[in-house]
Write a protein that binds this ligand. Structure first.
Ligand SMILES: Nc1ncnc2c1ncn2[C@@H]1O[C@H](COP(=O)(O)OP(=O)(O)OP(=O)(O)O)[C@@H](O)[C@H]1O
Length: 303
């Protein structure tokens, strides 16, 4: 198992600051690197994979600096955003060539295993030029996986995939993460990250805007109103008691039940059961109404 550590990492190009003082640890499991276009995701991945030196700070893999340390390629597999493949080669030839570059003892067998892992055996001997974008993406994955790396870095891997291909890749990344591989993938699409990543690192304008699992990120933002939908044995009395208690900023009642908005998450989750017990009201259901990553992200970008 391997861990990538970034300490105070910045990278600038002339006077453009692409990555600004980022400190993060990426360990086993699936981590999503989320940010809008131009946030610095590709630059961060390039520094993690040893293609770009940081302007300041350090990037280490299991304690060793990544820059000018080609040994890391035994441990790291990279799936770049660009499609740098040779169209006239077959999938088997291309992945085998990469296995040979790693000096694997049995390159043909390793290539076959990697192609099987991405479920592309049926297209083994077809030229890459005849593949769809999703198929090419899978062959890039096989190339990155051929030496069974402990760390897999993927730049926007879901770009251009249809829903079936997305599900397939999601399942593969999840499997790798569950088996102890350190998987980091970048995305600007919120649902992709929400569906799969155990940990989310949010990058906005080169800075780390938030870190944690989705719910932790949400809870960090105590200043942001949280909305709940509540159903109870007596919604009207509960609404009145919540207002009287001062536990919420706004309360409304509709056919769907009671909607409550609060900017003090901690106080509200303690106040609600206390109020219900005092009023003799049974709580049937309490659901966060706006816990989509979309709303979290919009908040982070607007801060
Ligand atoms: N080689 C370079 N020279 C000059 N500026 C660069 C270079 N590479 C990146 N930048 C700038 O750094 C910033 C971050 O770019 P980066 O590609 O890392 O972002 P990103 O989050 O990966 O975006 P996208 O999702 O669009 O790929 C941008 O403002 C970009 O223009």
């Amino acid at each position: 198992m391997s861990t990538i550590q970034l300490s105070g990492v910045s990278r600038w190009f002339g006077n453009v600051v692409a990555v600004n003082d980022v400190t993060m640890t990426v360990g086993p499991g699936v981590t999503g690197l989320l940010g809008p276009n131009g946030a610095g995701k590709s630059t961060l991945l390039a520094m993690m994979s040893g293609f770009l030196p940081p302007s300041s700070g350090t990037v280490t893999l299991d304690g060793e600096p990544v820059w000018r340390h080609p040994d890391i390629y035994r441990t790291v597999g990279l799936v770049p955003e660009a499609e740098a493949m040779f169209d006239s080669m077959t999938a088997r030839e291309f992945v085998t060539a990469n296995a040979e570059l790693h000096y694997l003892p049995r390159p043909a067998a390793a290539a076959l295993a990697a192609i099987e892992q991405v479920e592309m055996l049926e297209a083994l001997d077809r030229p890459i030029g005849t593949f769809s974008k999703g198929m090419k993406q899978r062959i890039k994955m096989a190339t990155a996986l051929v030496h069974e790396p402990a760390v897999l870095l993927l730049d926007e891997p879901f770009n251009g995939m249809d829903p079936r291909q997305r599900l397939h890749l999601l399942a593969l990344l999840q499997r790798l993460g569950d088996s102890g591989t350190t998987v980091l993938f970048s995305s600007h699409i919120l649902e992709e990250v929400e569906d799969i990543a155990g940990t989310i690192e949010v990058l906005v304008a080169g800075r780390q805007a938030a870190s944690g699992n989705f719910r932790e990120i949400r809870r960090l933002m105590t200043g942001r109103p949280h909305q709940y939908e509540i159903s109870s044995s007596d919604d009207r009395s509960l609404a009145a008691a919540i207002i009287a208690d001062g536990a919420a900023d706004a309360v409304s009642i509709s056919a769907a039940g009671l909607q409550v908005q609060t900017s003090n998450f901690g106080a509200f989750v303690h106040a609600l059961p206390r109020i219900a017990v005092a009023e003799g009201i049974s709580l049937h259901d309490v659901t966060p109404a706006d816990e989509s990553l979309e709303s979290v992200f919009a908040y982070l970008v607007a801060r």
